[in-house]
Ligand binder design. Structure first.
Ligand code: SF4
Ligand code: SF4
Length: 238
């Protein structure tokens, strides 16, 4: 190959490849940016993204469905029955609150983000909050406490609940004992049901009376055995 030709060809290739590279770079000045300047800028996740778990505790009715659905059993809920004195208010759907959610703790360090607790929650209080910054310095900080009752109030309400449950169990036991005592009395005689025309139905014959007696064939007298040979399995027995 001619040396002069090779010289100018190399110059041509150098200029065109650098121009092409610079053109690709230059194009990006006019394209929408994809990267974000984290942490000053943050991405908005799609609505169903499993980001960080949250519970809107005011909407939680304490049904325990999320705790039952959790495959790693990291949701711990304690409830107490709401009484009139608690003024527990209403749920977001307008129905009166029946249970007080005393504790609602989630061990987020063990969460596998399966989303089952969100799926089963009937009040949609369990949800993803479209954030992901749950980095902490210790594992204990990843324990989420979403109930708002102070510890002494939790103890008081638990004790009250225990007392009420014991009273209810006592009342149920007394009612059962009364029922059992009433069951010892002789049962009232059944009254025969009148027929449609007012006449009493004749008494049904008993099964034994309705079944005709079957005469059993007389047992052959034991002789020399030649008259009535015994059969077993289709073979004559001597
Ligand atoms: S997302 Fe986490 S807390 Fe909810 S059920 Fe799955 S593992 Fe349990
Ligand atoms: S399933 Fe929902 S409403 Fe029921 S206890 Fe869990 S968070 Fe509360």
């Amino acid at each position: 190959m001619n040396a002069t030709y090779k010289y100018f060809r190399d110059i041509y290739l150098g200029v065109t490849t650098v121009s092409l590279g610079m053109w690709i770079t230059f194009r990006h000045f006019f394209m929408p940016t994809i990267t974000v300047q984290y942490p000053r800028e943050k991405l908005i996740y799609p609505p169903r993204a499993r980001t960080e778990l949250r519970n809107a505790i005011e909407s939680c009715n304490g049904c325990l469905q999320c705790a039952r659905a959790c495959p790693v059993e990291i949701i711990h809920i304690e409830t107490a029955k709401a009484q009139d004195e608690d003024n527990a208010g209403n749920m977001p759907d307008g129905k009166p609150r029946k249970l007080l959610v005393l504790t609602f703790d989630v061990e987020m360090s063990k969460c596998v983000h399966c989303g089952l607790c969100v799926e089963v929650c009937p009040t949609e209080s369990m949800h993803w909050n479209n954030e992901h910054e749950h980095v902490t310095f210790t594992r204990e900080e990843l324990m989420r406490h979403w109930a708002t009752y102070p510890p002494e109030e939790v103890r008081r309400l638990q004790e009250r609940d225990e007392i009420l449950k014991a009273e209810k169990a006592k009342q149920a036991a007394e009612a059962a004992a009364k029922k059992a005592a009433a069951g010892d009395q002789p049962a009232p005689k059944p009254v025969s049901k009148p027929a449609a025309d007012g006449a009493e139905k004749p008494a049904q014959p008993s099964a034994a009376a309705a079944t005709p007696a079957i005469e059993k064939p007389a047992k052959p007298e034991s002789g020399d055995g030649t008259d009535s040979p015994q059969k077993e399995n289709g073979k004559e027995k001597a």
